[in-house]
Design a binder for this molecule. Structure first.
Ligand SMILES: Cc1cc2nc3c(=O)[nH]c(=O)nc-3n(C[C@H](O)[C@H](O)[C@H](O)COP(=O)(O)O)c2cc1C
Length: 187
């Protein structure tokens, strides 16, 4: 075992998703590769959505108790920069994008491979992030195959990757001091 990040662990990344919620200032959304199925009972579908605490969307989901997930389709790489490199804390970031609102007021994106509306059942504190257990209240199937980060990286271009590397380094440094880790709890 030589590498602890990437490699086989990257196989656990979900398809690229835009996770949206809303607050007094309006809707906002972020990119996320941590959205996982969490129910075997078809009439009670759930998702587990892991959002970093530093993200504006994290706070909106916690306060509103609702979110919407758009599973990005192949060809929607253009959403990664506006939603994944900028924060809604620095100003509205949905301008010019193709989006609409769910009945709860959460943003969903046109052309997605699928859309899911959900309500938070419980949030689990991971230290650096919160894992939101979400009850699914509505789904819309879309068209096109899901976009994966492994494939998107090949087309987003050098400028994006440079900005992402810089942001990731900052985010990782912040997370390192906060995340719950082996030996922290009773387990
Ligand atoms: C490829 C990619 C994957 C990402 N995966 C996650 C993730 O799994 N969880 C998360 O909270 N943020 C993730 N992010 C980071 C957020 O999208 C990013 O911090 C965003 O600027 C937050 O916006 P906000 O502050 O408006 O919520 C990812 C970003 C990119 C580009």
């Amino acid at each position: 075992m030589t590498r602890l990040g990437g490699g086989v662990l990257s196989l656990f990344w979900s398809p690229l998703c835009a996770v949206g919620s809303h607050g007094p200032g309006g809707p906002n959304a972020q990119i996320c590769v941590s959205v996982f199925g969490a129910s075997i009972v078809p009439e009670r579908p759930r998702l587990l959505v892991v959002l970093w605490k530093g993200n504006f969307t994290h706070d909106l989901v916690r306060e509103a108790g609702t979110l919407a997930v758009s599973v990005l389709a192949e060809g929607q790489e253009g959403l990664l920069a506006p939603l994944g490199l900028r924060s809604g804390r620095d100003g509205p970031k949905l301008g010019g994008l193709d989006w609409g609102l769910t009945p709860e007021g959460d943003p969903v994106f046109g052309g997605a491979a699928g859309q899911v509306r959900g309500r938070v059942i419980e949030g689990f504190d991971l230290g650096d992030a919160t894992a939101f257990l979400v009850g699914v209240v509505g789904v819309v199937d879309g068209r096109g195959g899901p976009l994966r980060w492994q494939a998107a990286q090949r087309v987003v271009g050098e400028a994006f990757l440079a900005r992402w590397a810089e942001k990731s380094a900052r985010d990782r440094a912040a997370a390192a001091g906060l995340l719950r880790w082996l030996g922290d709890g009773a387990g």
